[in-house]
Design a protein around this ligand. Structure first.
Ligand SMILES: CCCCCCCCCCCCCCCCC(=O)SCCNC(=O)CCNC(=O)[C@H](O)C(C)(C)COP(=O)(O)OP(=O)(O)OC[C@H]1O[C@@H](n2cnc3c(N)ncnc32)[C@H](O)[C@@H]1OP(=O)(O)O
Ligand SMILES: Nc1ncnc2c1ncn2[C@@H]1O[C@H](COP(=O)(O)OP(=O)(O)OP(=O)(O)O)[C@@H](O)[C@H]1O
Ligand SMILES: O=C(O)CCC(=O)C(=O)O
Ligand SMILES: [Fe+2]
Ligand SMILES: [Mg+2]
Length: 335
């Protein structure tokens, strides 16, 4: 059954016309085969790593969850390196250490536990190993093609909520942060470093929203405060069907940069950890975001660059990405 569907898929892909619109929920191989008589794939590329069912699921939902992809041993090593960073035993160039807004503004002494996220670890050899794991890149290639850049890296250490709900991450689309396209050749890999569930603030996604467009983002009006750069989509409708992605240590979700997602508050006393990387095809190109909904973000990034590093306006949003990005497979052709 499966191999016939796969053969069928190959035939259809070889006659690929223009990307088409919405794909209905499909469950059996027979339905998949008949489906490909009428539609082409837009969000996934020809590759053997994804089954026909997985391809359709990504086309339909904008994410795919792979169980047990990263070993316990590797995750434990990433955790040890993170702890070394928190103790300031290592500091890689470009590494950004962020503290939760509720803690940063408080008078209490800050300890290592207050770190809510480290970002841009591309120069930390141990953490960057995550971005190069072959079993991850195999999947990434199905979305980006063979030339792969790691554009954005994060280890998120969602703190126990201090009571103001600032541990939440508002619903957003990651593309809001990216001045490069096409969006369909960008993908995020997000790996749970321990069990994540609704209680400690797992990822929350709105399936299928990757088929929409980039929405306007700004700071949500939350009484307890919002972390810097945590923009949310405007007019978020809390009635829309959400899916809570409960995951075990090592499980990895791959998702499209237009997929609307966020994470709930951490109601436990532990720090919920995840490690992630945004990949893009190195064949992507930079765009000018002036006059678009992303302009507010560009201004903010330039503001931080000015305050933190004394850079002026000649340092562009695009530059901030070009200096962060690192090739992990193939050739650096454009980005
Ligand atoms: C060379 C590069 C330059 C520019 C880099 C800019 C970062 C670009 C980020 C791109 C993000 C892409 C993301 C794609 C995916 C979607 C997301 O992940 S959304 C959220 C991602 N963004 C972040 O997490 C980055 C935000 N964090 C930071 O930029 C920094 O941590 C910081 C908030 C600017 C703080 O850094 P630092 O200057 O080291 O901190 P302090 O000196 O202690 O404080 C300065 C100032 O800022 C206040 N503050 C600190 N932390 C927070 C916080 N969490 N929320 C709100 N405000 C905060 C602090 O109180 C100080 O304020 P004051 O008024 O000056 O006292
Ligand atoms: N006004 C808003 N704008 C953007 N995102 C929001 C807004 N309100 C809530 N969210 C986000 O929606 C997601 C779910 O929110 P919330 O924390 O209320 O529920 P939960 O923790 O997922 O579930 P529950 O608390 O009911 O178990 C989170 O990503 C949260 O940050
Ligand atoms: O780990 C999380 O809470 C989600 C983080 C996220 O979506 C992001 O930083 O873009
Ligand atoms: Fe995100
Ligand atoms: Mg909640």
């Amino acid at each position: 059954m499966m191999s016939r569907a796969t053969d069928r898929l190959k035939v259809v892909l070889s006659h690929l016309e223009r990307p088409t619109a919405r794909i209905a929920a499909i469950s059996t191989s027979a339905q998949i085969a008949s489906h490909y008589d009428h539609h082409a794939l837009r969000y996934t590329l020809d590759s053997d790593v994804l089954s026909p069912e997985q391809k359709l699921s990504y086309e339909e939902n904008g994410f795919i969850l792979i169980k047990n992809l990263v070993s316990e041993e590797d995750i434990d090593k990433f955790r040890v390196e993170f702890e070394r960073i928190c103790r300031r035993e290592v500091l890689a160039p470009g590494l950004l250490v962020m503290r939760d807004v509720a803690i940063v503004k408080s008078e209490f002494v800050q300890d290592q536990k207050a770190v809510s996220k480290v970002q841009d670890f591309q120069e930390d050899p141990e953490l960057f190993r995550y971005c190069c794991l072959p079993q991850i890149l195999r999947y990434v290639e199905a979305f980006t093609g063979p030339n792969i850049m790691a554009m954005h890296t994060m280890l998120i250490n969602k703190p126990p909520d201090a009571g103001k709900k600032t541990s939440r991450h508002p619903m957003h689309q990651d593309l809001h942060y990216f001045p490069f396209r096409p969006a369909d050749r960008i993908v995020c890999a997000w790996t749970a470093m321990e069990r994540v569930n609704r209680t400690n603030g797992c990822l929350v996604v709105l399936p299928g929203t990757h088929r929409g467009t980039l929405r306007e983002h700004d700071y949500p009006e939350w009484e307890g405060g919002v972390n810097k750069m945590y923009h949310g989509i405007r007019d978020y409708d809390p009635q829309l069907p959400r899916v809570h992605l409960e995951m075990e240590k090592g499980d990895t979700v791959f998702f499209h940069p237009l997929l609307v997602h966020g994470s709930g508050m951490n109601q436990t006393q532990g720090f919920r950890k995840a490690i992630s990387c945004h990949y893009a095809s190195s064949d992507c190109y930079y765009i000018d975001v002036k006059g678009t909904t992303q302009e507010n973000l560009e201004k903010e990034v330039q503001g931080i660059a000015a305050r933190k590093y004394g850079l002026d306006d000649s340092f562009t949003f695009k530059d901030s990405w070009a200096m962060r990005g690192r090739l992990v497979q193939g050739e650096r052709t454009s980005l």
